[in-house]
Design a protein around this ligand. Structure first.
Ligand code: 3DU
Length: 213
């Protein structure tokens, strides 16, 4: 994933046809495609390989099992063409480390989640989750664009690891605020794929965060 536009597309559409249509429209304005369960369940896991021919794919499976199961999940995702995966940190450092080993370091660990419920459970332990990501050797963390001050605080814990941040647009966060707080990439789903003109929406977001196509 090369940092050009600083946008990661959250491709949470539920058909292969929609996925192809959206990606074709916005591919010049995104650095990577994040695939989550909705698209996998709708279009099948081969969609990972298909999308990986267009852009780097991050599999957002929020992996959170015992180390052995985590390893098996990550091996499957990587063998289908994923460039990186997202796991949860709350299963413990050994579970995160299993992902890191299987993905050769290409792992992002969820810390504080961006939705209101993220304040309930993940926020109080987010600093610890970021520390686990760092000591396990992950590539980066997922931190909330809805609370830019938390991006800045988590940055102090992880140093120069990468921060990818969801919560822009539909969840109320502002792209430029998240980047200013220290995020490397913004993750954007509905504000792009539900826009009347997804290409225009992606282009405007790239301009807002100072990215170039
Ligand atoms: O709200 P959007 O439509 O822009 O989608 C955000 C994406 O990021 C979506 O795939 C969701 O599963 C993921 N995500 C969060 O929204 C919040 C988190 O804390 C972690 C991941």
């Amino acid at each position: 994933m090369q940092k050009k536009t600083r946008i990661i597309l959250a491709l949470d559409v539920t058909s292969r046809a929609d996925a192809l249509r959206v990606v074709d429209a916005v591919k010049d304005y995104v650095d990577a495609i994040k695939i989550n369960w909705p698209l996998i369940l709708a279009a099948g896991p081969d969609i990972i390989q298909e999308m990986s021919k267009v852009k780097d794919v991050i599999c957002d499976f929020k992996i959170s099992d015992i180390p052995n199961t985590n390893r098996l999940i990550v091996e499957q995702a990587m063998s289908k063409g994923a460039s990186a995966v997202i796991c949860h940190g709350f299963a413990g450092e050994d579970s995160v480390k299993a992902c890191v080993d299987a993905a050769k370091g290409q792992v992002f660990v969820v810390t504080e989640m961006s939705h209101p419920g993220g304040k309930q459970f993940t926020a109080p332990v987010a600093d610890m989750l970021a520390a686990i990501a760092k000591s396990a050797g992950a590539r980066g963390i997922v931190a909330p664009a809805t609370r830019p001050e938390r991006i800045a605080a988590l940055r102090k814990i992880i140093g120069n690891m990468e921060i990818i941040t969801p919560g822009v647009g539909a969840q109320g966060g502002k792209a430029s605020d998240a980047i200013r707080a220290g995020a490397d990439y913004i993750i954007v789903g509905r504000a792009i794929y539900e826009a009347a003109d997804p290409r225009d929406a992606a282009q405007k977001l790239a301009a807002e965060v100072g990215g170039s196509a």
